[in-house]
Design a protein around this ligand. Sequence first.
Ligand SMILES: [Zn+2]
Length: 90
Amino acid sequence: MEIAQQRFSYRTASWGELAVSGALVRSECQRCGLQHHVNPLINALCFGTATSPINTLAKCTVVGCDGMIFYLALPPEGGEWIALLRGDKK
Ligand SMILES: [Zn+2]
């Protein structure tokens, strides 16, 4: 059985929508620039399927860095990574 991928808006997407869509997600530190792969399904389970990564900042986990991370998503159909920050496109 094939699971249909659902489209979503990068302006309103929740962790649940990102997980169902099959989008790839990364986090990036605004200070050190380090990127990590993020599994949207795990974040949906941890934070709730309806919570959104948009405009969500978290403390960087790199030792010695006091920067904040934000999230980026790549649509399942490809294209460019999109910063999940309202009014901002990376
Ligand atoms: Zn950092």
